[in-house]
Write a protein that binds this ligand. Structure first.
Ligand SMILES: CC(C)(COP(=O)(O)OP(=O)(O)OC[C@H]1O[C@@H](n2cnc3c(N)ncnc32)[C@H](O)[C@@H]1OP(=O)(O)O)[C@@H](O)C(=O)NCCC(=O)NCCS
Length: 336
């Protein structure tokens, strides 16, 4: 089994995930059979150090000082990968968070003081987001000028595909395409009852005050609109964010990279426009490939609790951190 060795790819693709519970380091009593709940162990001349859940340590009557949160960096790093641990520790040190690193065969794991866990997750997610913006990273941003001028800033992966600003003349074609794409509801997997709700949502977003020129993008193939994505203004408290959606691709042309091209174009345009983050509600299988993480891990809570991890956020180059609150979508979303 091989793992990723390129540091920038590792940082860009890493997803910090906190395990449930608290963890402690204890010196295991000499001669006592090992308990089943031990998560890591280091044998030294002075004795055996083990890491286990605080609950288990309490059950065993073992004493400890440090109580940590366990964060796993979810990317398969090669054991000989150089620099990941250093980059992660540097970022946490700069944020004044202490951390103990454990490397398993598949992943690196960090134990940070319990109280610092939310901030540590933010710092790590920001580190990953920033490395995606660096030249050579998986998602190179477009040229640093305003939105609406960036046609072709991300090379489409479908030959002949053009990505450009939507114009009012495209709207009928976009609505027809959206009706087709959402004919089977992605939320329920069942046929939509009448016109899919996403069609009227789009009609209203085109006219809404939260509409942002340059962030409504069509994919055109042989002169035909075959895909569309829109991002509109959203907020957490007084902080501006983007809400992405709906996104749709003509069913007969799905799974050819058009959706990915639209996503990458949206991300490049949002970065170039100086936006700080993009929120969306969608599949936890599809959007993480663009760097989206459960929004709550960054302090951005879904408008509805039941959305859980499906409510995702991509922190952009200007993500400020320290944001906490419930996301508010453009007004037409509230009528759904
Ligand atoms: C979601 C959508 C825009 C993706 O467009 P696309 O052109 O098919 O996407 P790409 O070709 O770039 O990517 C296809 C990959 O994404 C996966 N994918 C697409 N939608 C997915 C979903 N809802 N859940 C999980 N995976 C999904 C495909 O399985 C495929 O995976 P693979 O690369 O491993 O084969 C398109 O499928 C669509 O219009 N769906 C109907 C409307 C919809 O669900 N919109 C999103 C609502 S959140």
């Amino acid at each position: 089994m091989t793992g990723e060795k390129n540091l920038q790819a590792l940082l860009a693709g890493m997803r910090p995930v906190q395990r449930t519970g608290d963890y402690v380091y204890v010196l295991w009593p000499y001669g006592r059979p090992l308990a089943p709940g031990i998560e890591a162990a280091v044998r030294e001349a002075e004795g055996l150090t083990v890491v286990l859940s605080r609950e288990e340590a309490d059950r065993e009557g073992l004493s400890y000082d440090f109580v940590g949160a366990w964060i796993t960096l979810e990317i398969h790093s090669a054991l000989e990968a150089v620099g990941l641990t250093a980059a992660v520790s540097r970022a946490l040190t700069e944020a004044r968070i202490s951390c103990n690193v454990l490397a398993g065969f598949h992943h690196d794991h960090l134990l940070v003081p319990v109280a610092d866990a939310p901030r540590a997750l933010e710092v790590l997610t920001e580190l990953s987001a920033h490395s995606r913006q660096e030249p050579g990273g998986p998602q190179e941003p477009g040229p640093a000028h305003g939105t609406g001028q960036l046609q072709g800033s991300v090379r489409p992966s479908v030959p002949g595909l053009e990505l450009r600003d939507e114009t009012p003349a495209d709207r009928d074609a976009i609505l027809a395409l959206t009706a087709e794409a959402f004919a089977i509801s992605p939320a329920t997997g069942l046929p939509a009852d009448g016109e899919p709700v996403e069609v009227n949502l789009l009609r209203e977003l085109f006219e809404a005050k939260e509409y942002l020129p340059g962030l409504s993008v069509v994919a055109v193939l042989d002169g035909e609109v075959v895909g569309h994505v829109i991002s509109t203004r959203g907020w957490v408290g007084g902080h501006d964010l983007l809400g992405l959606g709906p996104i749709g691709v003509a069913p007969r042309l799905q799974r050819r990279g058009i959706g990915s091209a639209l996503m990458n174009e949206s991300i490049a345009r949002a970065n170039a426009a100086g936006e700080s983050g993009i929120a969306l509600l969608g599949s936890t299988e599809y959007y993480p490939r663009f760097g989206f993480v459960p929004a709550a891990t960054l302090g951005v809570l879904p408008p509805e609790d039941v959305w859980g991890d499906h409510f995702q956020l991509l922190p952009l180059a200007l993500w400020p951190g320290g944001i906490h609150g419930v996301f508010r979508y453009a007004e037409p979303f509230t009528r759904l």
